[in-house]
Structures are given as structure tokens and as C-alpha cells.
Design a protein around this ligand. Structure first.
Ligand code: ACO
Length: 429
């Protein structure tokens, strides 16, 4: 009998079964052998919301939620945030290794030269209503790219895949900036090939009448850090969506559009917008204790607190908390920061939050920084989607190359009706 195995006794029949243990998991299919009769389907595991189910093996991102550790391809997030830039981190996430100088320059050049979008895509953005949410515009235009680049359906061709990856990473900031400018009634600003990925994005967003828009180096760096922190986070809701849609062999634009839809929800990418609304509602430091009482009474949740995986301080929140004063030195102070710091202090001392392991997550501070940089709240989930594109694509690539994977198709426990005969309408009660 192998020692790395689980012995299961079925008390219905008294029979015992073996399931191998590998990487701390048992294959769910090993449960299928457990039957009460030969024609029985066999046992399944029931796991709504995937609370304890690994859906893939991955080499991309490691999280230890108990200790508050986050690594991309083995590199601690703190080191990447301090020393890398977004494009280099995206390369690492996609390829598994940091690029050498030649690889870096080739990659950065390929990306910046693909930032321009087709004029028809620009026209598509123009027909959205003036008050359309930029996340809805982003989702639609990324999905529409499926029709602009029909060759993207050749998902088993590595060269075709590479081009789509470069395209999507390059064009998503342009789509995002155009979506914003459309909602503001501002003319679109085209990409500038001379600028870095993040500086180009900031000029597409904020350039007005200036001949050349000067991006403050501190703010350019802050954007890089924010993008690095959001580049991947293993099998969360949007990434699982990317993998699930991609598993049907849909092209990457369709899969990424679906992932953007998942990210749009307030419990995922919409949370930092909710944090800012919450801080505004609190209004001043004196109102915090009363607000916390209402959270504890179950009236609503403290937005930006708690995480499915982190049961400790989210390492990304720690980096942003330290970065915030640097940003405010350039942009001017924001009273929201004082409320956030005090709210965090009180919550971290309160037994309700301590006993439930509820700590600030990345969204707790990102919203305040985005606001200081001049982004309206509606852009917050978009600012999450731009860098997460690298993670989605890396996970999609990994899924396509994993021989264990099939089309994603969960099972269900049917608790519905017994089979019955159709009754014509006149004979129904
Ligand atoms: N405020 C108050 N109580 C909370 C909070 C919160 N933010 N989060 C969880 N709890 C409580 C729950 O009420 C529950 O209490 P109970 O045991 O008395 O019923 C307990 O903590 C466990 O909560 P679950 O909902 O089971 O935790 P889950 O892992 O399913 O949820 C989630 C994680 C969705 C992130 C949750 O903490 C939440 O809603 N947070 C606020 C929204 C938010 O900040 N989302 C951003 C997540 S990070 C990201 O997407 C990048």
C-alpha cells in the first residue's frame, strides 16, 4: 500500500478505498470508485465557490494566505515592486524568467509599437452612450477584437498566440484611456511610442492642451508599482473565468472579455470603488466607531477588508500603504487617507475583525491612490483590468499547454423534481 494515500471507508457498504495523495490533494475522480452498486454513478465532492478545490496545477503565482506571501514565478512581490517595472514583470509572468537586456528591449518595443488601435475600434467606442461605464466599454471592445483579429482563433499556433498576447497587453491601456475620454467628452489622445508603458497610459488619459504632456516620474513609478501588484493573483474569480472560457478553445479576446466581466463585480475588481464610496460616507474620523458598529451588526461589510485567501495582511496593501505618502507629496494630501489609516487601526484592534482574520486587502489603499492620481472612481476596475491582462494571458497559456485540462464543466447535485408527464395548459391547477 503506498504511504502517500488516503484510505476511505464507506460506512454504507463497509468497503475501503485508496486515493493517492499528490501535492496535498487527492484526485476528485478517485471518489468515483466509491459506489453502493455497480450501476451507481459514484461519489462526487460538493464544493460551491471552490472553497477547497484545486482546478489546475500552476507555476505562475504562489500565495501563502496565512503568512501573507505573494510571489510571481518565485520572486517576492516586494522585490518586484521595488526593482522591476510593469512590462518586465508581465514578461516574467508570461515566460517564467526575467528577460535579459535584449529580450526586454525586444518585448518593450513590440508592446509599445502595438499600442495604436484600429480606427474602427475607436469608432466603436464613440457610439457608446455619454454616461457608459468605462468597464462596460472595455469589456465590449476587447470582445470585439475577436472580430478584428479572426486569426486569433488559431489558439494552438504558438506564433499566433504570441501576437495576440502582445496585442492585448499593448492595446488595453489605449482602450481604457479612450473609454475614459469618451465618458468625459474629450478628444482621444493617441499613443506616444517614445514613452514607457505607464507614462504613455497617463498621457493618453490626462493630456489636454499641452504641446507635450510631462508625466511626473514619481507618478509614472507609482503606476508601475500598482500595475505590478495587480498583474496576477492565481485562481481568483476572473482568472478562473479566463481559464474556463479559454478551455472551450474560444479565442483569447472572448476569454479576456469574460474575465473583465468577472472583474467588474463589486466583490472582486469593483471593491476599491466601494472603499472610496465608504470613506466618503464615513466623512470624518469621529464617525468611524459608529460605522464599525454597523458593520459588526451585519448592516454591511467593511469594504477593502477580508479576502478569500489572505488571512493575514495582504502584502500588496502593505506596499501601497507605504507608497501613499510619496504620492501625496506630489499630488497634495487627501483627507481620505487619514480616515483609512484610522479605520484600519480601529478594525485591527477589534475582536470582530481579529477573530475572523479580516485584514486590509489591496483595494483598501489602491482607491485612495488612484483618486490622488486623478482617476475617477469609475476607472478603478479598469485600472485593475489593464495589468491583470498579463496574468490572465499567462494562465490561459498555461491551461492550453496542460495535458490534464479539458473543457471546464463542473458537476451538480440535482435537487429538483422527480420525472413527471407534461400536462396540457387547460388541465393544470
Ligand atoms: N466586513 C465585515 N465582515 C466581513 C467582511 C468584511 N469586509 N468580510 C468577511 N466578513 C465576515 C463575514 O460576515 C463572515 O462572518 P460570520 O462568520 O460571522 O458569518 C466571515 O467574515 C467570513 O466571511 P466570508 O464571506 O465567508 O468570507 P469569504 O472568503 O467568502 O469572502 C470577501 C471574501 C468576498 C473578499 C469578503 O471578505 C468581502 O466581502 N470583503 C469586502 C469586499 C472586498 O473588499 N473585496 C475585495 C477582495 S480583494 C480582490 O478582489 C482584489
Amino acid at each position: 500500500m503506498p504511504s502517500d494515500s488516503l484510505t476511505i471507508t464507506d460506512n454504507r457498504t463497509g468497503k475501503t478505498y485508496e486515493a493517492p495523495i499528490e501535492n496535498g490533494t487527492i484526485p476528485a475522480m478517485a471518489l468515483r470508485q466509491i459506489k453502493v452498486a455497480p450501476d451507481d454513478f459514484g461519489i462526487m465532492s460538493y464544493d460551491p465557490a471552490y472553497m477547497n478545490t484545486a482546478s489546475c496545477k500552476s507555476r505562475i503565482t504562489f500565495i501563502n494566505g496565512e503568512k501573507g506571501i505573494l510571489n510571481y514565478r518565485g520572486y517576492p512581490i516586494e522585490q518586484l515592486a521595488e526593482k522591476s517595472d510593469y512590462l518586465e514583470t508581465a514578461y516574467l509572468i508570461l515566460n517564467g524568467e526575467l528577460p535579459n537586456k535584449e529580450q526586454h528591449d525586444k518585448w518593450a518595443d513590440a508592446i509599445i509599437h502595438r499600442t495604436m488601435i484600429h480606427e474602427d475600434a475607436k469608432d466603436l467606442i464613440s457610439v457608446f452612450r455619454y454616461d457608459a461605464h468605462p468597464m462596460g466599454i472595455l469589456l465590449s471592445t476587447v470582445g470585439a477584437f475577436s472580430t478584428f483579429y479572426p486569426e486569433s482563433k488559431q489558439i494552438h499556433d504558438p506564433e499566433v498566440r504570441e501576437v495576440q498576447i502582445e496585442r492585448l497587453i499593448a492595446k488595453i491601456p489605449t482602450l481604457a484611456a479612450f473609454a475614459y475620454r469618451h465618458s468625459m467628452g474629450l478628444p482621444y489622445v493617441y499613443p506616444d511610442y517614445e514613452l514607457s508603458y505607464t507614462a504613455n497610459f497617463l498621457q493618453m488619459m490626462f493630456k489636454k492642451g499641452e504641446r507635450t504632456y510631462k508625466v511626473h516620474p514619481v507618478l509614472e513609478r507609482v503606476m508601475d508599482v500598482l500595475f505590478i501588484l495587480h498583474a496576477d493573483h492565481e485562481q481568483n474569480c476572473s482568472t478562473s473565468t479566463m481559464r474556463a472560457v479559454g478551455s472551450s478553445e474560444a479565442d483569447p479576446y472572448c476569454a479576456a472579455a469574460a474575465a473583465i466581466g468577472a472583474l467588474y463585480g463589486p466583490l472582486h475588481g469593483g471593491a476599491n470603488e466601494m472603499v472610496l464610496r465608504m470613506l466618503r460616507e464615513i466623512g470624518k474620523v469621529e464617525n468611524i466607531p459608529g460605522y464599525i458598529q454597523r458593520v459588526k451588526a451585519g448592516d454591511f461589510r467593511l469594504m477593502g477588508f477580508g479576502h478569500r485567501v489572505y488571512k493575514n495582511y495582504d502584502p500588496r496593501a502593505r506596499i501601497l500603504r507605504e507608497l501613499a505618502p510619496e504620492v501625496f507629496e506630489v499630488t497634495g494630501t487627501n483627507p481620505m487617507l487619514d480616515i483609512a489609516i484610522e479605520l484600519e487601526r480601529i478594525a485591527l484592534e477589534d475582536d470582530y475583525f481579529v477573530s475572523r482574520n479580516l485584514y486590509p486587502n489591496v483595494d483598501f489603499y489602491s482607491g485612495i491612490i488612484y483618486q490622488a492620481l486623478g482617476f475617477p472612481v469609475a476607472m478603478f476596475p479598469v485600472l485593475f483590468a489593464i495589468p491583470r491582462t498579463a496574468g490572465w494571458l499567462a494562465q490561459w497559456l498555461e491551461m492550453l499547454q496542460d495535458s490534464d485540462q479539458r473543457i471546464a464543466r463542473p458537476r451538480q447535485v440535482y435537487i429538483g423534481y422527480d420525472e413527471r408527464d407534461y400536462v396540457s395548459i387547460g388541465k393544470r391547477d
